[in-house]
Design a protein around this ligand. Structure first.
Ligand SMILES: *[C@@H]1O[C@H](CO)[C@@H](O)[C@H](O)[C@H]1NC(C)=O
Length: 173
């Protein structure tokens, strides 16, 4: 019974808490290897999403932008498996922010972007979108726009989490 109480307390805390990264937390994406399904032009490669520049005007400082295509995706290989806590995505802001609507964040160990979905972007009212992955594990994190022809535009993507090998059980992630 004691166990039950503890679990419920933690679940409640998890719901109440935002998963925003702690100040000073290491952005795992920065040292990852990135690629995307296609490139709108040479100015907008996948690396623009991990260049540390959060400018949302893609004309001022280019973002990562794919061609207009079905199932456009962007992926970061974190080089090791991590329990992903949160993902901070900076959307394009000078126009067409709604292109990111419906984009899925997928985390897992398949390099083919067919991993489990940790969240779907539905609210693009803010250019900075924080997504909670609740410790979903994997080496690859993808952002995919399923089912329609679209440009995928990412001005920055930050990934926060803990290395999977660390088996120290954390009751409250
Ligand atoms: C979208 O997010 C904004 C800012 O966080 C919030 O004020 C608004 O209610 C949200 N809209 C929906 C439809 O959830």
């Amino acid at each position: 019974m004691k166990c039950m109480v503890v679990l419920l307390a933690c679940a409640a805390a998890g719901l109440a808490q935002s998963c925003a990264p702690q100040p000073g937390a290491q952005n795992l994406a920065k040292s990852g290897a990135v690629r995307q399904s296609s490139i709108y032009s040479a100015l907008y490669p996948a690396e623009k999403a991990i260049d540390g520049i959060k400018e949302t005007n893609s004309f001022t400082r280019p973002c990562a932008i794919t061609a207009y295509e079905k199932g456009a995706w962007w992926q970061v290989d974190l080089r090791n498996s991590y329990k992903v806590g949160s993902v901070v995505i900076v959307n394009r802001g000078d126009c067409c922010s709604d292109r990111l609507k419906g984009a899925e964040i997928r985390v897992g160990n398949s390099a083919n972007n067919n991993n489990q979905v940790c969240a779907t972007i539905t609210n693009i009212s803010q250019t900075t979108i924080t997504v909670c992955c609740n410790g979903m594990e994997g080496r690859y994190l993808s952002i995919v726009i399923p089912g329609r022809n679209e440009y995928l535009q990412l001005c920055e993507v930050e990934v926060y989490g803990e290395e999977s090998k660390n088996e120290g059980q954390k009751l409250c992630w």
